[in-house]
Design a protein around this ligand. Structure first.
Ligand code: SF4
Length: 359
């Protein structure tokens, strides 16, 4: 019996071996997939775009992946149909908050508008009902939850565009709110943040984060008489509860609304972060100045192109999946611009988030 089994195994093994051998000979005839040779890295810096001004997110991108900066802000590319609900929802919320604080809470509205609809896919449009409904609910509950804001804070600036030239480099940004906080006895920069998760732990270390320090530094420079004491993160959290498989969007939104009313502190989170004496000077010397110097080097004709290529055509592949979504330039970086260029279009404006107000 034992012999018979081992004979059978032997038969199977030898027939598998033959198949394996024939597969191997077939694969020899198949053409191998070979990466086409890539052209050498070139560089064409568009100086007028740099002179148009740099925002904090642009400077951060230059740190995170210089190649992404080069493609986005220098070649002005964007992927067709690139769309993010996180950014869109954040923009809608900002418009609501601007009106809310401009009218001291007396009047506000929501405007869930989708820009560049021709590139938006059907799948995105299917979700529209949810996000537009969520905006209405969250704005309404925010407005009632923070009625006391106008007693606690004197609003000095609201969605203020800043255009400030420092060491020959033009810097631009938008300060969401600049307030005098009566209970904290000082001026604070506010930043509205819509996010899925923000709590005390997430905010840890933000008093060193470039974005917030940059806005405080700008406030320090442009409003020296209103001495900035710190910043306040005004976080608006998106729901964590999930839609049931057979649940309609309308009834899911009702559930979200009840949850938001029952525990508003989960959806709305505020964290003031105080600056220490000397923090802004340290930021200027140690963090901002090296970035400004790098921008100046890019524009300096005395600096060789080989140095500029080393600085700017550098791909940080660790950043390709940052924020849990693929970078929009992944296909260019993987397959080359010549093959993928049809999927990209030119951006009309360098900083789309600022352009309406600057024009
Ligand atoms: S795909 Fe990766 S390497 Fe390429 S630009 Fe984006 S982040 Fe940089």
């Amino acid at each position: 019996m034992g012999k018979r089994i081992s004979k059978q195994i032997g038969e199977i093994s030898s027939s598998r071996l033959k198949k394996h051998q024939s597969d191997a000979s077939e694969s020899k005839t198949k053409p191998k997939r070979v990466r086409p040779p890539a052209p050498p890295l070139s560089l064409a810096i568009n100086a007028s775009l740099i002179e148009e001004g740099m925002t904090q997110s642009e400077m951060q991108l230059m740190d995170n992946c210089p190649e992404a900066w080069y493609l986005r802000y220098n070649l002005m590319l964007k992927r067709k149909g690139e769309f993010s609900w996180a950014t869109t929802y954040g923009g809608w919320m900002h418009s609501f908050l601007e009106e809310y604080y401009a009218t001291k809470g007396k009047r506000w509205s929501v405007n869930p508008e989708l820009r560049e609809r021709k590139f938006i896919t059907g799948a995105v449009l299917q979700e529209y009902e949810y996000w537009a409904g969520l905006l209405q609910i969250q704005a309404e509950i925010y407005a009632s939850h923070f009625k006391q804001d106008f007693k606690l804070y004197k609003i000095k600036e609201n969605e203020t565009l800043v255009d400030f030239t420092w060491k020959g480099v033009r810097l631009k940004g938008k300060i969401d709110l600049y307030v005098f906080a009566k209970h904290l006895k000082g001026y604070y920069v506010w930043d509205h943040k819509t996010a899925s998760r923000i709590d005390k732990q997430t905010v840890m270390g933000w008093d060193f984060r470039f974005q917030f320090m940059f806005y405080c530094w700008l406030a320090w420079k442009i409003w020296p008489k209103r001495k900035v004491k710190g910043f306040i993160v005004n976080a608006i959290r998106k729901p964590q509860i999930r839609k049931g498989e057979r649940e309609s969007t309308g009834s899911f939104l009702q559930r979200v609304r009840s949850d938001m009313l029952a525990r508003p502190e989960f959806y709305f989170y505020r964290e003031p972060l105080k600056l220490r004496a000397g923090d802004l000077q340290h930021f200027e010397d140690q963090i901002l100045t090296p970035k400004i110097n790098r921008i100046k080097m890019m524009l300096d004709p005395k600096i060789k192109d080989s140095v500029k290529i080393a600085m700017l055509r550098n791909k940080n592949t660790d950043h390709c999946l940052a924020y849990n979504r693929p970078c929009q330039f992944m296909q260019i970086c993987k397959n080359g611009f010549d093959i993928e260029q049809h999927f990209y279009i030119k951006r009309e404006h360098k900083h789309e988030e600022l352009v309406l107000e600057f024009e």
